[in-house]
Design a protein around this ligand. Structure first.
Ligand code: FMN
Length: 339
């Protein structure tokens, strides 16, 4: 402009250009910080609009996004709000959800309101959840009908059984397995008419156990891999016991990335997978999903916890960012062959 004045709408532009100069020094990256997992392909990309989705098929359901809300809570005052918000999210965006341990419901319906979210989740997949220790106890007491009652009560589509031997060992007063999961699981499958998912809770699952699971008549395996929320660590924090000898066990296990490697070397026998445990970043979830040879969804637990406690709109806002980032990853990045 000849008189040196700028039109009002260029104020923002000037501010941006000033910021660029001010922030240049702080905005340098080092070649060594590049994420080597992806090819970046800008020539084939346009920004997604709000309606764009990533249709997937999992456990016989159509999903709008390959996201699973991993099992969390029940049995506390906050649980009802958290579970209701999570269920509404699964319903609005066509996702699936695992409940946290429903152990308390096996003996009493006092906490039923924490878990009874069928009306909020609509017709989306909802899985009840119990620990292996409770399953083993019911088998020994010949009371397996309690599980079918639970599924019926919650109008659940199936059951998640969590295996957590280290958590139980760390937990003050935790359960002790008197039989191994392989011994018990083989005896229950023909008693259940609904799909079963087996998961860990933060240590992941090793190669021989994965092989055994792949040969069982289950619908899916959820990783519950090492690298995210870790219940051995959590129980050790809760305990007053001096656990110096136990503590190194907190760090044994398998990351989701290692579990994908192991699974890709095995015949997957038609199983489906929830890739979970330490999936805080969309890029981690995307990379692992693209790499795993079997059908999968990305499972997240703790990342949903805070917004779900705040309000439904906070959770919605979080998810809108999550799904947009996932679509951007899908449309902009491919996985390097040697990843
Ligand atoms: C508050 C909280 C409660 C959890 N409760 C259960 C549970 O009852 N049953 C279960 O199978 N897993 C439970 N988990 C484990 C998660 O399902 C998941 O396997 C684990 O947190 C790793 O995922 P993340 O790294 O995304 O948190 C819980 C996790 C959190 C954060």
């Amino acid at each position: 402009m000849s008189n040196g004045a700028y039109p009002p709408d260029s104020f923002e532009l000037i501010q941006r250009k000033t910021d660029h100069i001010k922030l240049t020094h702080q905005s340098r990256t080092l070649p060594s910080s590049v994420d080597l997992r992806f090819n970046y392909e800008p020539l084939f990309f346009k920004h997604p609009d709000q309606t764009e989705n990533w249709k997937s098929h999992f456990l016989g359901f159509d999903f709008d996004y390959p996201i699973w809300i991993s099992s969390m809570t029940g049995g506390t005052e906050k649980a009802q709000v958290i579970n209701t918000n999570l269920a509404k999210l699964a319903c609005e965006f066509n996702l699936g959800m695992g409940l946290g341990s429903c152990r308390s419901l096996l003996e009493s319906s006092e906490r039923l309101h924490d878990f009874k979210i069928r009306k909020d989740i609509g017709s989306r997949p909802l899985f009840a959840n119990i620990g292996f220790a409770q399953l083993a106890e019911l088998v020994l007491e010949n009371r397996l009908d309690k599980i079918s009652d639970l599924i019926h009560l919650l109008e659940a589509n199936g059951l998640i059984i969590h295996l957590n031997p280290l958590q139980e060992w760390f937990q003050p007063g935790g359960d002790r397995f008197q039989l191994t999961p392989v011994q018990v699981l083989e005896t229950v499958f023909d008693k259940f008419s609904f799909p079963i998912i087996i998961k860990e809770v933060g240590q992941g699952i090793g190669p021989e156990s994965l092989k055994a699971l792949l040969n069982m008549p289950i619908a899916a395996i959820e990783f519950g891999a090492y690298g995210g929320t870790n219940f051995s660590q959590l129980e050790s924090l809760r305990s007053n016991e001096t656990m110096n000898l136990k503590k190194p066990f907190i760090h044994v296990g398998h990351t989701a990335s290692e579990m994908v490697e192991i699974l890709n070397s095995l015949p997957l026998g038609g199983k489906e997978f929830i890739i979970s445990g330490g999936i805080q970043s969309v890029l981690d979830g995307y990379a692992l999903k693209m790499k795993l040879k079997g059908p999968s969804v990305i499972g997240m637990a703790s990342a949903f916890l805070e917004p779900a406690q705040q309000s439904y709109s906070a959770l919605q806002e979080y998810f809108l960012q999550l799904k947009e980032s996932l679509i951007v990853a899908r449309d902009l990045l491919t996985i390097k062959k040697n990843l």
